[in-house]
Design a protein around this ligand. Sequence first.
Ligand code: SDX
Length: 430
Amino acid sequence: MNLADEQAKLTLNGNDHDYPVLQGSVGPDVIDIRKLYGQTGAFTFDPGYKSTASCESALTYIDGNEGVLLHRGYPIGQLAEHSSFMEVAYLLLNGELPSGDELADFDNTITRHTMLHDQLRQFYQGFRRDAHPMAIMCGVVGALSAFYHDSTDISDPEHRTISSHRLIAKMPTIAAMAYKYSIGQPMMQPDNSLSYTGNFLRMTFGVPAEPYEVHPAIEKAMDRIFILHADHEQNASTSTVRLAGSSGANPFACTAAGIACLWGPAHGGANEAALNMLQEIGSPDRIPHYIERAKDKNDPFRLMGFGHRVYKNYDPRATVMQKTLREVFDALNVNDPVFETALRLEELALNDDYFKEKKLFPNVDFYSGIILSSIGFPTTMFTALFALARTVGWVAQWNEMISDPGQVIGRPRQLYTGPTQRDYVPVDKR
Ligand code: SDX
């Protein structure tokens, strides 16, 4: 980072204070207020962190006004078109695109960590069959820390690397087993002869009684969907992983915390909510009613899959997602009327003054559910797939934070508006 020529000036209670302005390689400058409380006795106030940079990072850059998303400088559209999820995972973890040998070695390492400890399979038995897969993911991923004591010393780079590889490798197995458990089918073991994504598809949709042919177009589409969900700067779940990690918690526990946060419908749960919404709307003629509901301040209904804290333009991932949807429909020779409803909803919303004024565009979650549903995933699995892919971003962001020698525990303060000190009153005097 660089120091800007000009400092930020603050006058408080008649005193002037200067604060350094730091510049990144691209994007907004930041005002370094680390000494503000010590110098002024005041805190800043920013619920939801809408104007706060919580950390320095070199992983992912988003320009919300221009609809730009870069991973280590590479545009998401180029990565989605030319790369693979394993290559993007390597890029996020290591900072550069791998050579052919480096990618083969990384892929081989991940492949050989996809198997779960056999006792972990017992954890599934404790859940009801209709448990939400995200509840299972929270539980089983958190439990990993009870099985890998050999890789929870976060001060040891080797431990950090092996636990990162284990998390990335085992998420498909854990997610596929959650699905199998929910439908009462036998859980499938990984097949090391398949790609990361092909292995996941087979563990999810294959059965022991017969061979499973990975559909190349579906494998490619699924791999691209994983790329689109890999990382996204300091979103709520990534910030959760960073905050949990800042206390020194092990990466398995931190990832479980990230899964819990991602589950929310305002965040990763929006893909499930968006398809449910589109199915509830049913047909294009009912869209105006729902758009009016979304605009009504007295109605809690929102267009799920629309709007974003950072993107005030079209989410570049949504563009790729819509293209992928058309490819999957062509490959499967299907056509889902929900897609027509989604396209019409997007068209009407983008031409509505409310959505234009508030800069609400489709986000990554608007089309993803339609694709996943056409491939055969139940709606309840959508956020589990998001968590599977975002584990790459979570462990990369966690590694970046833990590797920073200046890293300290995150501990925000508050604006207190509760009662000032008062004496206890015995119950017979109240
Ligand atoms: C993800 O952060 C990330 O990077 C997340 C993510 C990632 O990859 O990690 O990109 C993944 O979470 C995508 C977002 C998925 N969520 C949804 O699709 C749920 C629906 N969207 C909204 O709930 C909302 O847009 C948020 C939560 C995504 C963003 O909310 P903000 O930035 O806090 O904005 P806001 O709630 O303050 O809304 C601003 C205005 C409000 O109106 P006013 O109070 O100013 O009058 O826009 C309105 C909101 O009511 N608004 C919507 C709306 N989203 C915002 N109105 C109708 N429908 C919507 N979807």
